[in-house]
Design a protein around this ligand. Structure first.
Ligand SMILES: NC(=O)c1ccc[n+]([C@@H]2O[C@H](COP(=O)([O-])OP(=O)(O)OC[C@H]3O[C@@H](n4cnc5c(N)ncnc54)[C@H](OP(=O)(O)O)[C@@H]3O)[C@@H](O)[C@H]2O)c1
Length: 285
């Protein structure tokens, strides 16, 4: 029986990245839809749950992506509202790679040092990856701050994280390199999650900071997020700090994403969001 993955994307055009990883993760056929919202998915979800016999339902699964994390979360919840005992398929949320990227980065940090009890700053943490990185660091026991160029955006992000995950994150405004340098003065862990091609710190902002033990940077598009580091860094020691670059932990991100897709087809009741994906990431790191 063919393994069918239905790719539900909240953007107009479904992510080609997610389509390719879906095939690489073991789907026999990927059927992609764009522009999906809670109000237009009912026939699509019903088609997935009513068609195959109970023992065969594990061969049908749903993947939710798109660039808007909150829209993705709402779609993820709306899909599951259509399920009832005996009639469900496995479902995964990974808007803009948020869960797999953050999980891979935090799992690599956790494999390199202690997170519990440390002060962590997620730079430009208002995007999908930053939000999830902040959550996972907090769930690991760190005292987490996220920065944004706009205080209102940082506050709104922390509020949404609290509603979903019940963890407290501190919002902080940091408008430029110097302000972000100030924001990490007391940090032990820095995770840079700025938009592609945006440098957030120059080398002088972190190299002589003795509080910092570990740094991760998600941005692989030059210029990378952390000046003076390298996107290929794989737990590299630079100035006494352990550095994970975007490609350095991106290998785990891709393997994890593929592993999650494969897992969807093992049973028909998998629900993969941040917590479950992070558990898988830590086992693979
Ligand atoms: N390594 C991997 O395997 C992997 C996988 C997926 C994604 N990524 C990368 O992960 C990073 C984060 O992804 P994302 O989708 O969460 O990012 P995003 O939503 O595009 O951007 C994150 C934040 O960057 C800030 N930002 C945007 N322009 C800026 C500027 N000119 N100066 C300073 N800050 C700016 C914004 O924060 P404020 O407006 O609040 O300041 C924004 O919320 C990206 O670089 C992406 O390419 C890596």
């Amino acid at each position: 029986m063919k393994k069918l993955l239905f790719q539900f994307d909240t953007d107009s055009y479904p992510s080609t990245f997610d389509t390719i990883v879906a095939y690489d993760g073991g789907a026999d056929q990927v059927i992609s839809f764009g522009g999906l919202t809670p109000s237009n998915i009912t026939p699509l979800v019903e088609g997935t749950i009513f068609t195959r016999a109970p023992k065969d339902k594990k061969n049908t699964a749903i993947f939710i992506g798109g660039s808007n994390m909150i829209a993705g979360q709402e779609l993820f919840a709306a899909v599951q509202k259509h399920f009832f005992p005996g009639f469900q398929v496995s479902v995964m949320l990974d808007s803009n790679g948020c869960n797999t990227t953050a999980a891979a980065g935090v799992a690599k940090l956790a494999s390199s040092g202690t997170i519990a009890g440390e002060k962590a700053v997620v730079l430009a943490g208002t995007g999908p990856v930053g939000q999830r990185a902040a959550v996972l660091l907090a769930l690991e026991g760190a005292d987490v701050t996220i920065t944004s160029r706009h205080m209102a955006r940082a506050e709104q992000t922390c509020k949404e994280i609290k509603e979903r995950f019940k963890v407290n994150i501190t919002p902080l405004e940091a408008v430029d390199h110097n302000a972000r340098g100030d924001a990490i003065k007391n940090a032990n862990i820095v995770f840079a999650t700025g938009a592609a091609g945006i440098e957030l710190l120059r080398a002088e902002h972190w190299q002589n900071n003795n509080n910092i033990k570990m740094i991760a940077d998600a941005n692989a598009t030059p210029p990378i997020g952390i000046g003076g580091s390298d996107m290929m860094d794989k737990g590299q020691d630079r100035h006494g700090k352990i550095i994970w670059g975007a490609i350095g932990f991106g290998t785990l991100k891709l393997a994890l994403h593929q592993h999650c897709i494969a897992k969807l087809f093992e049973e028909n009741n998998q629900v993969l969001d941040a917590e479950q994906i992070f558990t898988l990431a830590k086992a693979m790191a």
